[in-house]
Design a protein around this ligand. Structure first.
Ligand SMILES: [Zn+2]
Length: 159
């Protein structure tokens, strides 16, 4: 009798470079299942923790970079950018893209658009630096010595 190895009936699909298979929890809360989905390397989502009802609702997001210009004002909202991918969507987000989130309004850009956004932000930062460099020096004004104070009193100058 000969021992034979039966090949697996189904082979895993080949992954594109930059992607991995990850578990995702999908379905109604009382009947959710774990499925395996293609997830880009940039994605930091936990697709089991981020439970969705339909596979089409799965999206991928990278770690955000945040520009918070008004942290001491509750009305001030940060600008957040991250890599993003909504496989089931139409348009730019159907491929990995740059998501720019300003007050929950999210704009998405492909590579060319994202590079243009980066150029605009770099130009803006350069203007901020140019203006900041015109501001007066912040070294504290010298504290008057006791001799200066005594001289002021003698001369009758009030503070
Ligand atoms: Zn993902």
């Amino acid at each position: 009798m000969q021992n034979t190895v039966t090949p697996l009936a189904t082979a895993l699909p080949e992954l594109k470079p930059g992607f991995r298979l990850v578990p995702a929890k999908v379905g109604k809360p009382d009947a959710a299942q774990i499925v395996w989905v293609e997830c880009p390397d940039f994605c930091v989502e936990d697709h089991v923790d981020e439970h969705v009802w339909n596979v089409e609702d799965i999206s991928h997001s990278g770690a955000p970079a945040v520009l918070n210009l008004a942290s001491d004002q509750s009305a001030g909202l940060p600008i957040e950018v991250s890599l993003s991918w909504w496989p089931s969507s139409d348009g730019v987000a159907s491929r990995p893209c740059l998501a720019v989130d300003i007050d929950r309004e999210v704009a998405v850009y492909g590579r060319t658009g994202a590079l243009a956004v980066a150029d605009q932000i770099a130009a803006f930062a350069e203007n901020v630096r140019r203006l900041a460099e015109t501001l007066p020096d912040e070294t504290p004004a010298p504290v008057p010595s006791q001799a200066d104070e005594a001289l002021r009193r003698v001369r009758g100058v009030t503070a």
